[in-house]
Write a protein that binds this ligand. Structure first.
Ligand code: IVH
Length: 672
């Protein structure tokens, strides 16, 4: 039997190894469950022998208590900034200066090109291989001690891998919040009325400067390291590219989008390539950094004031710009929700001209206090819809008044109400409201609903505006003559639309239910309703309590369904649709088993699963007796998570909710 110390060492070693494969190389060898099991084993062993716990143990990422305040750290070597180039010409000037200074008249310089990450700079000081101090950049000379928070970032090693590292090694890099995590964080914050972050950079910097490491641990932070700093007693390779390779071997995460290029033209190729793919990267970058690759040449070149002569940041067009708000209007959606939208002086940002930006909801509008005439920061990153990130209040014109929620719908004039505790205000006009009608019709024909190809958003708008379409049932009365009379509609496309309408008559109960657009009834709920009841009649007749027996239907959803089906207008539409030939096969009702593996359990699904869509996973859970919920709370029994699981996973972990990865989930489902 090996000694406790040997077992501790072995477990820690394995955990470090697998964490490295997972976080740094992005190439895990074992399923997460196995990793969790090793971690639990280590936790148990350490609990039995607390005297053997070391600060670099993988269990020691989140400290017990918040710190009282930040202490200052003086950087052993200053943390410099970079000069910027905004144009190709400025980049060519930089290369000229480099060559002139090195007296290299011909021949290209080898540059290391890498993305300029948009996060917060950090310095990580390792003494004898163990993370001792982590500090922010601060003013470049002194920063703040954020060791307690850096330790919570899984991709920051607590101990360097291997044993050939310098006695003292400072590693520098950028802590950032991946875009998906940022969006999820803000969406959750908007829902709970908490403050949102303006952009992922602020989110990263703000999260790093928390007193309570538990808060930092709950934020989806990551790091890419981009250089060394102070080094004592140890050798480093001769080029920047090789230093990064060495850092990766030592267990640090480096950005895979890096390349050794030759001369300015090589730099520009890299710049264009990454620029084309910028929106598809999972994190924000604001440019490219080129560094003279040879460290000897870097030394020859040296520094000017705060920036090295051997590197330059080549900036991309901004993802944030200033512009002026011309008006704030309220858009009415399918369920009547009023969304405030800022109409803007057109501005080129994130590669497109933006003239509208969402303000999400009335609370968010008031929190940001956007007023007509305000100068605002507009942000558009990746394919995310443009939004007003913040207001420059110092530029506010005199007399600008806060925007109020209208008490009448701007489209139909019906009363606007806001239910207690709801972030959204709604128009009460229902299908009387042209905006709601139009959106309801768009939803009705959409791909996952009745799937009427060719009857797109524009055509629906045209038909509604011309008073040719009022309810979904009327779609099935449209004829060739009426359609081909429309502007920009040829005979052939009209015939195609009619054929598509005809084809959609044959459908399924779940598609039909989803198409009706009942509030809170998404695809998954529609499917459970169809499975549970088998026929539309059974659903129409079901009292609220019976509806609540459906796996993912709670009191609120049951209430919404009843409310919809008790409305004579809606029943009229349903009747109209059936009269016009919309039909589906009925089937036997299917009740959830009382003894399934998920019976009585509430399950949340998040991330991308390898073998099925999230909706398929949800349907399976329901078939096996479980209830599916949309968000993680104290009432959640399991979180099933796939790739790119964001804030739900961290929330589940912080609440101690049991998590199942794809493999564990598949095992339960297959009954093995
Ligand atoms: S090198 C002397 N490489 O940009 C070299 N910096 O304006 C300075 N940054 O504070 C750093 N990505 O936080 C370097 N690939 C990268 C970078 C990068 C982002 C940040 C860094 C620094 C700022 C300099």
């Amino acid at each position: 039997m090996s000694s406790v110390q040997e077992r501790l060492d072995a477990l820690r070693e394995q955990l470090r190894h697998h964490s490295y494969l997972y976080h740094v190389l992005d190439d895990p060898e074992i399923p997460d469950i196995e990793y969790d099991r090793l971690m639990r084993d280590l936790q148990h062993l350490e609990a039995e022998h607390p005297e053997l716990i070391t600060p670099d143990s993988p269990t020691q990422r989140v400290g017990e208590k918040p710190i009282e305040g930040f202490s200052t750290v003086t950087h052993r070597l200053p943390m410099l900034s970079l000069d910027n180039a905004f144009t190709e010409e400025e980049l060519r000037d930089f290369d000229q200066r480099v060559r002139k200074r090195l007296e290299l008249d011909d021949g290209d310089i080898a540059y290391a090109a890498e993305p300029k990450l948009d996060g917060a700079a950090i310095s990580l000081m390792y003494v004898n291989g163990v993370l001792e101090v982590a500090a922010t950049r601060g003013d470049g000379t002194t920063g703040e001690d954020v060791t307690h928070n850096a330790r919570t970032i899984e991709s920051i090693p607590l101990r360097i891998r291997g044993n050939d590292y310098p006695d003292v090694l400072e590693v520098r890099g950028e802590v950032f919040m991946p875009r998906a995590g940022f969006e999820a964080y803000n969406a959750a914050a908007r829902e709970t009325g908490e403050k949102t972050f303006v952009n992922p950079r602020n989110a990263a910097a703000g999260s790093l400067r928390q007193l309570d490491p538990k808060l930092t641990a709950s934020r989806p932070l990551d790091i890419y390291v981009y250089s060394t700093g102070f080094v004592e007693n140890g050798e480093l390779p001769n080029t920047h590219s090789d230093v990064l390779m060495q850092l990766q071997e030592w267990g640090f995460k480096v950005c895979p989008e890096r390349k050794r290029v030759s001369g300015v033209d090589g730099c520009l190729d890299f710049y264009r390539d990454i620029g084309d793919r910028r929106g598809a990267l999972s994190y924000d970058i604001d440019g490219v950094v080129y560094k003279v690759d040879s460290l000897a040449l870097q030394r020859d070149l040296g520094f000017v004031s705060r920036a090295p002569r051997w590197a330059i940041a080549h900036k991309f067009p901004a993802q944030e710009e200033l512009t002026v708000v011309k008006a704030v209007e309220f858009q009415v959606g399918r369920t009547g929700a009023l969304t405030p939208v800022a109409r803007l002086e057109p501005v080129f940002v994130g590669g497109v001209t933006v003239s509208n930006a969402t303000l999400h909801n009335i609370d968010e509008l008031h929190r940001k206090d956007v007023r007509v005439g305000d100068t605002v920061v507009v942000r558009r990153a990746g394919d995310v819809i443009p939004e007003v990130a913040s207001v420059i209040t110092s530029k506010r014109p005199d007399g600008a008044k806060p925007v109020e929620l209208p008490d009448r719908c701007p489209v139909c004039g019906s009363a606007v109400v806001r239910e207690d505790g709801e972030a959204v205000a709604r128009c009460t006009g229902g299908l009387f409201c042209e905006a709601q009608r139009t959106e309801a019709l768009k939803h009705f024909v959409s791909r996952k609903a009745m799937d009427i190809e060719g009857l797109g958003a524009k055509l629906i708008e045209q038909l509604v505006a011309q008073e040719m379409l009022h309810t979904p049932a009327e779609i099935y009365s449209l004829d060739l003559e009426a359609l081909s009379g429309l502007e920009r509609m040829g005979e052939k496309s009209a015939a195609n639309v009619i054929a598509a309408i005809d084809k959609s008559r044959e459908t399924t109960l779940e598609r039909f239910l989803f198409a009706l657009g009942i509030r809170e009834v998404g695809e998954a709920t529609a499917r459970s309703l169809a499975n549970h009841f088998g026929t539309l009649e059974a659903i129409v007749e079901a009292p609220e309590e019976e509806l609540q027996n459906v796996p993912d239907v709670g009191p609120i959803v049951a209430g919404r369904i009843r409310h919809f089906l008790d409305e004579p207008q809606n029943l009229e539409v349903i009747r109209g649709l059936r009269e016009r030939g919309v039909a589906w096969p009925d089937r036997e009702p299917q009740q959830a088993p009382a003894d399934g593996p998920f019976s009585g359990k509430t399950v949340v699904v998040t991330g991308t699963l390898p073998d099925m869509t999230r909706n398929e996973a949800k349907a399976l859970i329901m078939q096996l007796g479980g209830k599916v919920a949309g968000s993680v709370s104290g009432k959640t029994d399991y979180l099933v998570y796939g790739d790119k699981a964001g804030s739900k996973l961290s929330k589940a972990e912080s609440l101690g909710v049991e998590t199942l990865d794809a493999e564990q989930f598949a095992k339960i489902v297959s009954g093995s």
